[in-house]
Design a protein around this ligand. Structure first.
Ligand code: LMR
Length: 396
């Protein structure tokens, strides 16, 4: 069987990391995959995470299976992150959370749940979106369509076209929304626009599915939930896929969650019973370690403060790199206006570089950027800024 196969294409993001690792150029720069780098170009373990791990070694008594949906303590910690401490959703039973193997598994479980219970539903994705989104929903066998999101000329949210399209989506379909730090554009709706989107969702009757992978990296923990908050206030149904890869630096621990919110406790319990069936058939039950770290950090005031300070430092460094990038390009004589980068949020920026320019940067300067022109700003440092901007100036 294997002899007859053709090679599958490399993954557009993770495949780039594979190529980067093989590149012998000592000056290579990886601005592809969304992984945070500190000012030294390293991706260290958070201090709060290390401390939580030390504590876990002492208190852990067993490695027996978690339940299919994971621990209730983790579920409560996730919900407090999403809805804010003290929010009644956390205790009302109107939200239920399954601990998943990263945000990707959360999305795939959501997709399988939708496919099994609403097989005719179409999932609407922003144009553009994270390249793995269509692959995940395709793997579950769901129909997909796109809604306008990005105005490539003005480099802003194409809000009027977006809201017009969202208003026409039929009841029972699913709309995937990036809760903050839109991947790949770095452009989010503002508070007033979120309100309008939530209003349209209520009138049209489609199900919102939030992908929430960058909480804390945009404007702050609660600020980044401003869109979600508008939907919470509607008391309707929604699904939320969380990831702690970036905001806890727990990439290789695969820590995520799928949260279902409903209008009655009974409805939420029913939804979770089917979500559990999907988890059981995909990976049975979640890996414990990463979830235990998140639960420990969020449940301890001192560790939580330490972690919040670390995320704030990341956010400030990324925003500092945005400004430095724009200024350094200018200093290199680039006349094209890149100031839009400072208005984008999170790890990514849709730079406007064409595929040809991206490929030239890769070939001539060992600078790795996703073919779409998406740059991981969190991979820029003071040290790589000069050579990076020099190469971009030459490629333009
Ligand atoms: C990215 O978009 O680079 C990250 O979300 C990592 C990934 O899995 O693609």
């Amino acid at each position: 069987m294997f002899e007859k196969l053709d090679m599958a294409p490399p993954d557009v993001i993770l495949g780039l990391t594979e190529a980067f690792k093989k590149d012998p150029n000592p000056n290579k720069i990886n601005l592809g995959v969304g992984v945070y780098k500190d000012s030294n170009g390293a991706t260290p373990v958070f201090q709060a995470v290390k401390e939580a791990e030390r504590r876990l070694i002492d208190v852990e008594k067993t490695k027996t299976y978690l339940s299919i949906e994971g621990s209730p303590e983790y579920a409560a910690a996730v919900q407090e992150m999403l809805f804010g401490a003290g929010n009644s959703l956390v205790t009302s039973g109107l939200a239920a959370t399954a601990h998943t193997a990263g945000g990707t598994a959360a999305l795939r479980v959501a997709a399988d749940f939708i496919k099994t219970k609403c097989p005719g539903a179409t999932v609407w994705l922003s144009d553009p979106t994270w390249p793995n989104h269509p692959a995940i929903f395709r793997a579950s066998g769901l129909n997909m369509a796109t809604y306008p999101y990005y105005d490539a000329d003005a480099k802003v949210l194409a809000f009027d076209r977006m809201i017009e399209a969202l208003a026409k989506i039929p009841a029972g379909d699913v709309v995937l929304l990036h809760a903050c730090c839109h991947n790949p554009t770095g452009i989010d709706p503002d508070a007033a626009q979120w309100k309008q989107i939530a209003g349209v969702a209520k009138t049209a009757g489609w199900l919102p599915l939030f992908d929430f992978a960058y909480q804390g990296l945009g404007d702050g923990f609660r600020e980044d939930a401003r869109g979600l908050d508008c939907f919470v206030n509607l008391d309707g149904e929604m699904l939320i896929a969380s990831s702690f890869s970036k905001n806890f630096g727990l990439y290789n621990e695969r820590v995520g969650a799928l949260t279902a919110v409903g209008a009655s406790v009974e409805a939420v319990e029913k939804a979770m019973s089917h979500i559990k069936v999907c988890v059981r058939t995909l990976y049975s039950n979640p890996p414990a370690h990463g979830g235990a770290i998140v639960t420990t950090v969020l449940g301890d005031a001192a560790l939580r403060a330490m972690w919040e300070a670390e995320v704030t430092e990341m956010r400030d460094r990324i925003n500092g790199m945005r400004t430095l990038f724009v200024d350094t390009l200018k200093a290199k004589g680039v006349t094209r206006d890149f100031s839009f980068l400072t208005r984008q949020r999170g790890m990514f920026s849709f730079s406007g570089l064409t595929k040809d320019q991206v490929l030239k940067l890769r070939k001539d300067s060992a600078i790795y950027i996703v073919d779409s022109g998406r740059i991981n700003v969190a991979g820029m440092t003071e040290n790589n800024m000069e050579p990076l901007c020099k190469a971009i100036a030459a490629a333009l």
